[in-house]
Write a protein that binds this ligand. Structure first.
Ligand SMILES: Nc1nc2c(ncn2[C@@H]2O[C@H](COP(=O)(O)OP(=O)(O)OP(=O)(O)O)[C@@H](O)[C@H]2O)c(=O)[nH]1
Ligand SMILES: [Mg+2]
Length: 1013
């Protein structure tokens, strides 16, 4: 291995001969098996074991469960074929990253895609395009990766499904059509924003350097290429262009049609180029005229060329092997005769082997070898780092948003460092930029040359050099995601010395002295400086790399504590390490003092707990049942008041539901929304100009989609936003504070507005001005002077804080509010006759006035929510279930028990496999996959992915009032389970909150009224 590493390392500087690729697919479609085949080509594992070993699944858990959980990288060498006499072939360095397909680990896909330039998208031809296939295609698209397609498991079509070659061809043609449809949807959706990228290119290097930037950067032409591509809406994957391969990774064979074109061209008397085009689609060989003809001339009797020349021979081989295995004579030629006529180089003893499956594999491997086919596709269809850098740099390193003007020298340096990334420069003066996409916890024993106790782990940064050359001993700055080069701050970028660099070979890490731009690597000694991901740069004038897109939310939480209290410090340390080792896990401390782990799903959670127990904390743990997050909302309008402790000010809050599309769009566009709202404070953020209309149009589209009835309840986006003062919680949440009023305590007349329509302004909407009868007339009648600007700003500022706090914790079970519109009125206490205020705010007695306003506001909002028909909002999974007709009944009963809503049921063409789409509440999802498997004896399986938040339309406080209701629901409303109440109860109990009287079912149990969880 060491010799290979030396050779690979030497190739790292030839940037045009490098390919950084990741393997992407839905779970179990064969990524790791395919990687095995590619690795075997380099002799790191034996050909015999390839496809069975799953080399890249080196974790015990991965081997045991048979799924990949962490992405891992390996460097491979590929020497392409060259035409005779064309000189020595130049070897290629292929850095391959195998990624997991299970939805719980899709953050690993994000980190893998970030470090690659190209992707191999693997599709199981029987399963077809699944949810995660969509997700990885989107991920690849978002990261601007070029992709190739591998149709895998062709053997399943032959043996398991019993398809004829023609049926198989039709199946694959439909799949290709479907997947190209998915890709073209991305293209049209992103077409506009791509035009933005083009415009951004022009001013990205802004100011004085604009001309220089345009001159030397090759990307303008290339970006134009993308756009023209989009114009022509060319299929992303096309068999005759060569970016589609057909494979059986498990048996170690694969082909592209060019191989068959060369094989048959001279026989059919045409050039291989022409034949290649005819080898996919409705083209037929007409034996009489000896021509390749279209459908009309062929007249329906002939088989398409692909079927006749490509699939038929393969099918015949499999059938012959099958027959020989069972001792029947094959229908046509036997396997040995076919091998002889193909002139494949297979030892006689293998062809004669009594294991006919083995003989078949040997022949196919020799005839259609997997790795040269796939690696050649990678070499020719996927870009080198140099080629892809200009396409990707605007996604990777977006133009920084600067708070202040840079001085010209700094501005130049900033431009240069971005330019170095955009050209993947390794020249002398180029600054070094490295992106670390995650931290890997590697066993010390796997790191070459490192010693340590068995079982110890060391953290290495998994990253890629994007510009310059990274050497051991280099001094670099660690730049975090929020860094602003114009305002570096004291400790925003720390200088560190790079200790050791490694080339990754699966689990093994091999030390190298330097790594030039365009290569993937692991970096030691970053543990103290980087939590999960970061940019490293040799200059402070370097913007951070853009955030990675994660397609999931940390929704499943558990609390952990050590079995033995004295192990607490070990647990805390273990949690810290866990947090670092996983790009996605969230680790936190609840107010109750419990340590909480939040993960993407059940399997991910199990993996984290196992890691914590066995590697990081190494202590026995107690793990709570899953804690599910909820949101709280309202179903009608409620008004309530609360008065400050000094009695001088009453706050009246009105809570009402926002139209449902508001919270959805706000949650979806959180990042852009943040930018839009920030821009009102910061003029420099010109992004907002494009983002605000984008969000507005999303809101309007969603409204129109809902407004089937056109009954006016859908609300007016413009009107709602124009009055909006703030969003909450945390300034950008899904709840809205509308501009309110100060009201005369005596007459109830509105005096002046409370707050400013800041959100509306950020969206560029002009509010309709309000008319107030007596501007500033409050001072004469109330005990506090509301016309005093300082008083007014204290009240407004703290009302805002109160709103933020109230929306963070709802009254039902302390969960954040969702989709609530709040309006506040402030009513100062009127002065009666010659009653004298003491001129103060009672601060000695009741604490600062500001605090009093905050808590009164918060209380008023809480009460108003309780009066507005509070409802629980729960997270829903989209569950896609594959099942068979026998297991259909069992599957539906499991779904029914778990409150799932069925969306659709369809049958996969020709397979007898049913696909059910449904929404499943996260709260009811634990153990779902297991139960499903049991109830159907393993015939059903499900993929869950977080979909949206949905209001549970059951009143948690429902008690039957009328006679009929009592009959239906029982005396206390407990005849049928009030789901909402049970969930609220459980959550409150878990949080150690009082379980309220109204929620207690049986009176005799009231002694336990305020029991703690
Ligand atoms: N019949 C058949 N089975 C295959 C083929 N390729 C892979 N498999 C099987 O499919 C299963 C999953 O293969 P993996 O390579 O682990 O799939 P993966 O895509 O890496 O799975 P995750 O990483 O967990 O998403 C294994 O049992 C393989 O043996 C193939 O070409 N034909
Ligand atoms: Mg795998």
């Amino acid at each position: 291995m060491e010799r290979a590493v030396e050779r690979l390392s030497a190739l790292q500087s030839k940037r045009e001969n490098i390919r950084n690729i990741c393997v992407l697919a839905h779970v179990d479609h064969g990524k790791t098996t395919l990687s095995d085949g590619l690795i075997a080509h380099n002799g790191f594992i034996s050909q015999k074991l390839a496809g069975k070993l799953r080399f890249m699944d080196f974790l015990d858990d991965e081997q045991r469960r048979g799924i990949t959980m962490k992405s891992a990288a390996i460097s491979l060498l590929y020497t392409p074929k060259v035409a005779p006499g064309a000189g020595e072939p130049e070897p290629l360095l292929i850095n391959l990253i195998d990624s997991p397909g299970h939805v719980d680990f899709c953050s690993e896909v994000s980190t893998a895609a970030r470090l690659s330039d190209g992707g191999l998208v693997v599709v199981d031809v029987v399963e077809g395009i699944c949810v995660q296939t969509h997700a990885v295609l989107r991920q690849a698209w978002e990261e601007r990766l070029q992709t190739c397609l591998v149709f895998n498991k062709l053997d399943r079509l032959i043996i398991e499904m019993g398809y004829t070659p023609l049926e198989a061809y039709e199946r694959m043609r439909n799949l290709l059509h479907e997947i190209n449809g998915v890709m073209s949807a991305f293209v049209s959706e992103k077409f506009i924003s791509q035009a933005d990228t083009l415009l951004a290119t022009a001013d990205a290097f802004g100011g004085d350097n604009a001309a220089e930037g345009e001159e030397t950067l090759p990307e303008d032409a290339e970006l134009e290429d993308i756009v023209t591509d989009a114009d022509h809406s060319d299929d992303a994957f096309s068999v005759d262009r060569g970016n589609v391969a057909f494979a059986c990774a498990a048996d170690g064979w694969a082909f592209r049609v060019d191989l068959f074109a060369e094989m048959y061209a001279s026989k059919l008397g045409c050039s291989s180029k022409t034949l290649q085009r005819g080898l996919w689609g409705d083209w037929f060989y007409h034996p009489k005229s000896k021509k390749i003809v279209g459908k009309k001339t062929a007249g329906g009797k002939l088989k398409p060329l692909f079927v006749q020349l490509v699939l038929d021979p393969i099918w015949k081989m499999y059938h012959a092997a099958e027959a020989e295995k069972h001792g029947y004579p094959p229908e046509g030629k036997d396997l040995a005769t076919m091998a002889a006529s193909l002139k494949v180089d297979v030892p006689e003893k293998d062809i004669k082997s009594s294991d006919r499956k083995y003989a078949l594999n040997c022949i196919l491997k020799a005839w259609l070898p997997l790795s040269p086919t796939v690696l050649e596709m990678v070499a020719t269809c996927l870009p080198s780092p140099i080629k892809s850098a200009p396409h990707r740099s605007f996604r990777l390193m977006p133009a920084p948003t600067l708070k202040a003007e840079l001085d010209p020298a700094d501005a130049r340096e900033l431009t240069q460092s971005r330019k170095a990334v955009a050209t993947c420069s390794t020249s002398e003066g180029a600054s070094t930029a490295v992106f670390v996409s995650k931290m890997l916890a590697v066993p010390v024993s796997a790191v070459n040359g490192m010693s340590g106790a068995a079982g110890d782990s060391v953290f290495l940064g998994f990253g890629r050099v994007y510009s310059g050359v990274l050497r051991e001993g280099d001094k670099l700055y660690v730049i975090n995601g929020a860094y602003d080069p114009s305002d570096p701050g004291e400790d925003a970028c720390e200088e560190i010395v790079i200790e050791d660099l490694y080339l990754m070979m699966g689990q093994g890490m091999f030390r190298v002295k330097e790594v030039p731009a365009g290569n993937v690597l692991a970096i030691g000694g970053l543990e103290r400086y980087i939590l999960k991901s970061a940019t490293l740069s040799s200059t402070k004038m370097c913007p951070p790399f853009g955030n990675m897109m994660f397609q999931v939310a940390a929704i499943v939480k558990v609390a952990v504590e050590p079995e033995n209290v004295s192990d607490m410090p070990a647990l805390v340390e273990g949690l810290r390490l866990l947090n670092r080792s996983d790009a996605f896990v969230e680790v936190g401390l609840m107010e109750t003092g419990e340590h909480v782990i939040a993960a993407a799903g059940e399997v991910h959670l199990e993996r984290c707990i196992a890691d914590l127990r066995e590697r990081f904390a190494k202590v026995d743990l107690k793990v709570s049942p899953p804690l599910v997050s909820f949101r709280e909302s309202v179903s009608s309008t409620g008004v309530a008041e609360a008065t400050t402790s000094n009695g001088l000010l009453t706050i009246r809050a009105t809570a009402s539901p926002l139209p449902p599309y508001f919270p959805r769009v706000f949650e979806d566009s959180m990042e852009s929304l943040k930018k839009v709202l920030l821009s009102s404070h910061n003029e420099q953020l010109d992004d907002a100009d494009t983002l605000a209309p984008e969000i507005l149009s999303k809101l309007k589209t969603s409204r129109d989609a809902l407004a089937v009835e056109g009954d006016g309840t859908e609300g007016d986006v413009q009107a709602i936003l124009s009055e909006a003062w703030a969003l909450g919680p945390k300034q950008v949440g899904p709840n809205l504070l509308t501009v309110g009023e100060t009201v005369d305590g005596e007459t109830g007349m509105p005096l002046r507005s409370l707050g400013k329509p800041l959100v509306g302004e950020a969206f560029g909407i002009t509010p309709t001005p309000h008319q107030y009868a007596a501007p500033g007339g409050a001072s004469s009648t109330s005990l506090i002077d509301m016309s005093d600007p300082t008083v007014m700003s204290t009240v407004e500022g703290n009302a805002l804080t109160g709103f933020q706090m109230a929306t963070l914790r709802g009254p039902l079970c302390d969960e954040p509010l969702f989709g609530v519109n709040v309006r506040l009125e402030v009513i100062p206490k009127p002065r009666h006759g010659d009653e004298e205020g003491d001129g103060g705010f009672g601060e000695e007695q009741y604490g600062p006035f500001s605090g009093q306003v905050t808590s009164a506001t918060r209380e008023a909002i809480r009460r108003s929510v309780l009066k507005a028909g509070p409802r629980l909002v729960e997270a829903m999974y989209l569950a896609v279930i594959n099942t068979t007709s026998e297991a259909l009944g069992g599957t539906y009963s499991v779904l029914g028990r778990r409150r799932a809503k069925i969306l659709s049921e369809s049958i996969r063409e020709g397979t007898g496999v049913f696909i059910i789409h449904s929404y499943l509440p996260v709260a009811a999802s634990f153990g779902f996959a297991d139960e499903l498997r049991h109830s159907s004896s393993g015939a059903s399986n499900a993929q869950l992915m977080l979909s949206h938040w949905e209001r549970l339309d059951i009143d948690p406080f429902f008690t039957p009032k009328t006679e009929e209701e009592r009959e239906e629901f029982g005396e206390d409303g407990d005849a049928g389970p009030n789901m909402a109440r049970q969930l609220v109860d459980a959550t409150r109990r878990r949080k150690g909150l009082k379980v309220e009287e109204t929620l207690v079912k049986v009176a005799t149990k009231q002694r336990t009224l305020s029991r703690k969880a």
